[in-house]
Ligand binder design. Structure first.
Ligand code: HEM
Length: 187
């Protein structure tokens, strides 16, 4: 017998992202981690592939194509860009690349990314569980805001210094701006 696929209600925050696509994802990882990291004399942030730093000290990853729905009903919102943090003369090396936000048919939201490369192939991990907090930003480019906590798998990224459920910095997903003509109609 095949399992019946239940119809799912797409969370409201998906509407602008589905209609326009994602402009970018902003995330500060964890402020206390950045403070610790930036105290290390040899620390370096290496940003490439379109990722950049925000004024608030977080990181911004540009949208990569339209959200897609996988066969299991999971929405995937893809982003691009690569961030590598290194310090402690190479002992500390954290990679966060090509992040994705996944929305399950039950409405659970998580943030995953490539965190390693094994024999040239990307190894992905769910880093954070996200909880929708509300919409913000400007009407022309609305953003969905989430609180974030460390996912079970994500514990490995920080070498056991944090535990599953520990609070992380919030995550924002900004939608692409409306085309000018449509934006005028909405004013
Ligand atoms: C040479 C190896 C390392 C040494 C000597 C070291 C040392 C330390 C020390 C002394 C602290 C406490 C800092 C404080 O109290 O403010 C700390 C915190 C921490 N370390 Fe390391 N560490 C090393 C490697 C790593 C690695 C490989 C990671 C992986 C990401 C890491 C991630 C962290 C994190 C996440 C914290 C907690 C920061 C916070 O939120 O306060 N460390 N480390």
């Amino acid at each position: 017998m095949t399992a019946e696929v239940q119809p799912t209600a797409v969370p409201d925050f998906m509407d602008p992202l589905l209609q326009r696509g994602a402009r970018d994802l902003t995330w500060g990882i964890k402020a206390s981690f950045r403070t610790y990291f930036e105290r290390l004399p040899d620390h370096a942030y290496d940003l490439s592939g379109g990722a950049n730093r925000t004024e608030g000290g977080g990181f911004r990853f540009p949208g990569r194509g339209a959200p897609t729905m996988a066969e299991n009903g999971m929405w995937v919102i893809p982003f691009s860009g690569r961030l590598v943090l290194t310090a402690h003369f190479g002992a500390l090396s954290v990679l966060i690349a090509d992040p994705e936000v996944q929305v399950s048919p039950q409405g659970r939201v998580s943030l995953s990314a490539t965190v390693d490369e094994v024999e040239g192939r990307p190894a992905c991990m769910v880093i954070a569980d996200l909880a929708f907090q509300g919409m913000g930003g400007e009407q022309i480019s609305p953003e969905a805001n989430f609180s974030a906590s460390l996912a079970r798998e994500g514990q490995y990224l920080f070498m056991g210094n944090y535990y599953a459920g520990d609070p992380l910095d919030p995550v924002s997903l900004r939608s692409k701006p409306l085309p000018e003509r449509v934006a005028e109609e909405h004013q």
